[in-house]
Ligand binder design. Structure first.
Ligand code: PMP
Length: 349
């Protein structure tokens, strides 16, 4: 049976008349624009931001397509990757009726967004090695299961899950499989975007918030079939990406070298930090990572977390998270920041 995302769409959205503007009919840059109630004089800022931005971000997508090795029609852009996460629920999951599957311990927004949208998130725990339990996952699928969320490299455990197991899920499930690759730039493997033409039910999420250092600008990317992109475009807020974000990121994409340098520096710092953490008496275990953070199990995680806050070193306490008992998540900092971290941790030993 051919996979068609429209078959999964919530029924009322099949009749939706999306918002349209006069600029859908006139695509030119020059003209007398009296259609959108903008300020014709200019902006209160030095730079002019008085015109609405391109709702489909075509220039930015063309450049991203080149860099990511996909077609521009396979890209949806959102206000952070948290926006496509939410839009996927709104497009495909009927409140109270449909289900999704998540694999705890994992990124919290899959569950928060499910709760906001009144959709049940069925939990299939990762194994003790923090890998997917593909058998349990396949057995958890019901006729009303619409999305399976897979985070790889996984937050908060840091590791890539097994790629063969992701493939098993992609092949064995007729709904959507989201592979969230927010941390892909720190992992030593090709992106799942290379498999898009093979799997029409695959959605790969990436973000500009990590390796690119643009968390404040809010730009998330969903790579998927043009049919899924079209569905997301129909339900998104028309101007979801600001002109400032579009222009700044477009310029940043000419500066790939700087991104590569920053990633190399973070990877170097990551290696150094592992040995120093492992040498500490209060540390029980440092988990292997493919990301820009470590999950570290401590003798008394809560105590360490609170003591370090007093020293203005802020970590993420994960000790209450399933399978992460005694765990703290530590982002790789600069050399100076990591030195301060280790100094303060030594004082607790
Ligand atoms: N996915 C994962 C796995 C994350 O860890 C994060 C941020 N912590 C996001 C998505 C969201 O990223 P953003 O909304 O900044 O693009």
């Amino acid at each position: 049976m051919m996979f068609n995302p429209t078959d999964l769409l919530r029924p009322h959205l099949k009749q939706l008349v999306p918002y349209s503007s006069a600029r859908d009919d006139y695509k030119g840059k020059d003209g007398v624009f009296l259609d959108a109630n903008e300020n014709p004089i200019g902006s209160i800022t030095e730079e002019n931001w008085n015109r609405y931005p391109d709702p489909y971000q075509l220039e930015l997508k063309a450049k991203l397509a080149e860099i990511k090795g996909v077609n521009a029609e396979q890209i949806f852009l959102g206000n952070g990757s948290d926006e496509p996460i939410d839009l996927l629920y709104r497009a495909f999951c009927e409140p109270q009726t449909d289900e999704v599957i998540i694999n705890p311990p994992t990124y919290g927004m899959y569950k928060v967004s499910a709760d906001i949208n009144n959709v049940k998130a069925k939990e299939v725990l990762l194994t003790n090695q923090y890998d997917l339990d593909s058998q349990a996952l396949l057995s958890a699928i019901q006729p009303n299961t619409k999305i399976i969320w897979i985070c790889s490299p996984n937050n908060p455990t840091g590791n890539d899950v097994s790629l063969e197991k992701i493939e098993i899920i992609l092949k064995g499930f007729q709904g959507l499989v989201v592979v969230d690759e927010a941390y892909i730039d720190f992992a030593d493997r090709p992106s799942f975007t290379t498999r898009l033409n093979e799997f029409p039910n695959l959605i790969v999420l990436q973000t500009m918030s990590k390796a690119w250092g643009l968390a404040s600008l809010r730009l998330g990317m969903a790579f998927c079939s043009p049919e899924i992109v079209a569905i997301l475009n129909r339900i998104k807020p028309p101007y979801n990406l600001s002109g400032l974000t579009q222009r700044t990121v477009l310029n940043a994409l000419n500066n790939l070298e700087k991104k590569d340098q920053m990633v190399a520096e973070i990877l170097e710092n990551r290696e150094g930090l592992q040995n120093e953490l492992e040498a500490l008496e209060i540390v029980k275990r440092v988990y292997p990572t493919d990301s820009n953070f470590y999950l570290v199990k401590m003798k008394d995680a809560k105590e360490v977390y609170l003591k370090l806050i007093e020293k203005q070193v802020i970590l993420r306490d994960r000790s209450k998270v399933v399978l992460c008992e005694d765990g703290i998540r530590i982002t790789i900092g600069t050399k100076k920041e990591n030195k301060k971290l280790i100094e303060e941790l030594k004082k607790l030993s």
